[in-house]
Design a protein around this ligand. Structure first.
Ligand SMILES: *Cc1c(COP(=O)(O)O)cnc(C)c1O
Length: 457
């Protein structure tokens, strides 16, 4: 309003190139191309500054679960800003929305998880995980249990701890990461790495890498295992059906904590409140963010199971950790309203009963396209693997170029999908309607056709 003036697209792009360093971006390339300016949004649609309408197949960045334009969230934020825009939760203080949100989250979380530590983002949540896991073992009198086992190609954020816990080699290379005390095992990515094994066999093999790593390091050194239920940023990698049951068997054998990163799967994406419920897992800690406020304001947290929470509480002594914005009243009020809408409108049920079965049956048909090697999905997550040769899974020459080509064609034709290498991924708002799913899939077909034409196949 008062502090914003209307600028033309060209003016905004010039200012952007001159002053704005974007996240995960080749700044030279962006400066030359000019950023796409997204101006407004409603439901599942975005509009850019040129007036193009785009179906948002990614829900922003896996977060706008209830869709754009929900005025209720704006109204509670406005009211809360007038009432109490900020106060910290240090020094034995709390504020009503943060307390109510902690209780509301405990109600939807698995029964043994009853506490929440608030943060400002998913990355901060995973920094908290690292600190809290080590604090727990210190209090248990086992300070030697420090190492966290994570997975190659997992994603846990971009702070130093988040990027270290994650298994993205390009991030590790640029940051001299991981920091000490974090080790990685192979991911359960059957299509990409399963070789001659069938999915079930490969799932067991991948899970047993955890057992092998625990044995190699010694149980007395291992603090926790961290994983996403379904890897999101890694390419919507859905473990074979044998994977999680075998991980559970292994975890039952050893005294280590399980951290399930619910930043994407949490708040309904799989058709259950949490991915842990979808896969029947019993985590000790669940980092959350993204769908927690449907992205309307930044907020994250760690849902803490009784085992860890009770140890922190009963032992006492200050845990020297927290953030200025932990339990921010305005973000918490928005989170609470987001949760009210999810519950009252039965959106998670809608995903499970209607949207997910419909989306999955529709995208399955994309597997018939000549560029597509595999289509997979769970809930409102989907992935399309692009290949040169379906039978051998051979990829096109330059890794990632086909994915980028398709992604750019999609956006130009009114659909946001993301490319991870040569895999197209989707994660639309949970409120997407059947006719909007039809539109999404029709546009995806068209983009694959255009890409095949350009590739001359
Ligand atoms: C996005 C993401 C994060 C990081 O969240 P930020 O809010 O970007 O810091 C962590 N874990 C997973 C699984 C994510 O998808």
């Amino acid at each position: 309003m008062s502090s914003q003036i209307r600028h033309t697209t060209a003016e905004l792009q010039a200012m952007d190139a001159a002053h704005y360093l974007h996240p995960f971006t080749d700044h030279k390339d962006l400066g030359a191309r000019g950023a796409r300016i997204i101006e407004r949004a409603q439901g599942v649609y975005l509009w850019d500054s040129e007036g193009n309408q785009i179906l948002d197949g990614m829900a922003g960045l896996w977060c706008v679960n209830i869709g754009y334009g929900r005025t209720e969230l704006a109204e509670v934020a406005y009211k809360q800003m007038l009432e109490l825009p900020y106060y910290n939760s240090f020094f034995q203080c709390a504020n009503p929305p943060a307390v109510q949100l902690a209780k509301a989250i405990a109600e939807i979380a698995p029964a043994h998880m009853n506490h929440v530590f608030f943060t400002g983002s998913g990355s901060e949540s995973n920094d908290t995980v690292l600190r809290m896991v080590r604090r727990y073992w210190d209090l248990k009198g086992k300070p030697g249990k420090k190492t966290i086992i994570s997975r190659i190609n997992g994603y846990h954020g971009s702070t130093v701890a988040g990027a270290s816990l994650g298994g993205m080699s390009v991030m590790h290379e640029q940051g001299d990461l991981p920091i000490p005390g974090i080790v990685h095992i192979p991911q359960p990515y059957w299509y990409g790495e399963g070789g001659d094994m069938d999915p079930e066999e490969f799932g067991l093999w991948a899970a047993r890498q955890l057992e092998a790593k625990i044995e190699e390091l010694g149980e007395d050194k291992v603090a926790a295992f961290i994983a996403e239920p379904i890897q999101g940023a890694g390419g919507v990698i859905i473990p074979p059906s044998t994977y999680w049951p075998e991980i559970k068997r292994i975890l039952a054998k050893y005294d280590i904590l399980l951290v399930v990163d619910e930043v994407i799967c949490g708040f309904g994406r799989t058709g259950e409140w949490f991915g842990s419920q979808y896969f029947d897992l019993k985590p000790d800690l669940m980092p959350i963010a993204k769908g927690m406020t449907s992205g309307y304001l930044p907020m994250g947290g760690v849902i803490v199971g009784d085992r860890v929470a009770n140890t922190l509480i009963e032992h006492g002594g200050e845990f020297f950790h927290g953030y200025t914005y932990s339990g921010h009243p305005v973000a918490a009020a928005v989170g609470l309203e987001n949760l009210r809408i999810l519950r009252e409108e039965k959106i998670v049920d809608y995903v499970k009963q209607e949207a997910a079965p419909y989306l999955q049956s529709k995208i399955a048909s994309l597997a018939e396209h000549r560029l597509v090697g595999e289509v997979r999905g769970v809930g409102l997550l989907g992935a399309i693997e692009l290949v040169k040769n379906k039978a051998t899974r051979e990829r096109f020459a330059e890794k990632g170029s086909t994915g980028t080509l398709c992604r750019d064609l999609c956006v130009r034709n009114g659909l946001v999908m993301r490319a991870v290498g040569d895999t197209l991924i989707m994660s639309p708002p949970l409120v997407i309607k059947p006719e909007e799913i039809d539109e999404l899939v029709a546009k995806a077909w068209r983009c694959l056709d255009l890409a095949a034409e350009q590739l001359g196949v």
